[in-house]
Design a binder for this molecule. Structure first.
Ligand SMILES: [Cu+2]
Length: 125
């Protein structure tokens, strides 16, 4: 959780934070030439509380539309501190996370509800 979970109110509203950040990010990016770059669609699944694939290779400097399919029956919270998103995905549901163009580097992500097994990394190069 990037947002405090100490109160019910924060817990209830925290799912909206990534949306707000995404809208803000889009607004900021709209003024830059890189906003014109085509969005690259990337997919990842969650199965048995593991990411498939666990490593995502993407080009740096390109906006990414990351579609996440939760194939498990239980909810997962898809989260990355480095990429600054978190999103709860109910069992058997799909979610989309949009990433602004990334600097070269390796960014880790995890499933907060099963952090012992649900780990992965996104490599931008
Ligand atoms: Cu979290």
């Amino acid at each position: 959780m990037l947002v405090s979970m100490t109160s019910t109110i924060n817990r209830r509203w925290s799912p909206l934070l990534p949306v707000a950040l995404a809208v803000l990010g889009f607004g900021l990016a709209a003024g830059s030439p890189r906003a014109l770059a085509a969005e690259l669609a990337v997919e990842i699944s969650i199965k048995d509380h593991k990411f498939q694939p666990a490593t995502l290779n993407v080009p740096a400097g390109t906006p990414i539309k990351l579609t996440v399919r939760n194939l498990d029956d239980t909810a997962e919270e898809f989260e990355s501190y480095e990429l600054k998103f978190e999103k709860v995905i109910a069992g058997k549901q799909t979610a989309v996370v949009r990433l602004k163009p990334l600097e070269r580097g390796t960014y880790s992500f995890f499933g907060e509800y099963h952090a012992d097994t649900a780990t992965g990394e996104l490599i931008a190069e």
